[in-house]
Design a protein around this ligand. Structure first.
Ligand SMILES: C[S@@+](CC[C@H](N)C(=O)[O-])C[C@H]1O[C@@H](n2cnc3c(N)ncnc32)[C@H](O)[C@@H]1O
Length: 204
């Protein structure tokens, strides 16, 4: 477990740090919301999300018509901060359940074929880990477990700071229609690109 700080900066932004490492702030959240929009566009209504962060993916899923959103968040401090109003919070919605747990355990606990989508945004992507323990989440075995929890046609969508050929290959071992979507984001006066890597569970 790391040391978690959710704090209001001098510029008014809310920032999440773990072990002194910047995770995210609420200045530019379009890619977090885009993760939700990607699975909603595929028709997803029952969605598992890992993790909560400042709540923008969860909020966008609910605003976009999801009927059930389960969010696995490793740190209780993060869940408490969003509940108290940080970031996109507070999100008081009967369709939302926030579980303080590792996403890997929550995925494993899902009944087979029970979800329309899984949105993974627990780290900066496979090549820029904040939590070393998250490496396995981007691996083939983990993607196989996510795939098993999806309904036919369900979507696994992964937020990443950079495109990752290795992650695309792991997705393609288990899922169809693998794509890497570039999401341009303006960050402190420069143009940055984040990525959503996704695949679709086989329908036949
Ligand atoms: C980049 S933030 C997520 C941002 C989120 N999509 C949003 O809209 O604000 C990553 C979150 O995942 C959490 N996390 C990290 N590893 C995790 C794990 N293995 N299981 C569940 N949550 C995890 C972190 O504590 C952090 O809150």
């Amino acid at each position: 477990m790391g040391q978690v700080v959710v704090r209001r900066r001098a510029d008014g932004a809310t920032e999440l740090r773990v072990n002194g490492v910047f995770v995210m702030d609420d200045v530019e959240t379009s890619s977090e919301r885009r993760l939700a929009e990607h699975v909603l566009a595929a028709g997803a209504r029952e969605v598992l999300v890992g993790g909560l962060g400042l709540g923008y993916t969860a909020r966008a899923l609910l605003d976009g018509g999801a009927t059930r959103v389960v969010v696995a968040e490793l740190h209780a401090e993060v869940a408490r901060a969003v509940e108290a109003g940080a970031g996109a919070g507070p999100i008081a919605d009967p369709r939302l359940e926030v579980v303080v747990a590792d996403i890997a355990e929550v995925v494993q606990a899902q009944p087979a074929g029970s979800l329309d989508a899984i949105c993974l945004d627990v780290d900066n992507g496979p090549d820029f880990l904040v939590h070393a323990g998250n490496e396995a989440i981007y691996g083939s075995d983990s993607i196989a477990r996510c795939t098993a929890a999806l309904r036919p046609g369900g979507v696994l969508a992964v937020w990443s700071m950079a495109d990752s050929p290795q992650l695309r290959r792991a997705l393609a071992e288990h899922l169809d229609d693998v794509e890497a979507i570039a999401v341009p984001v303006p960050l402190q006066g420069r143009d940055e690109t984040y990525w959503i890597l996704s695949g679709v569970a086989a329908t036949a």
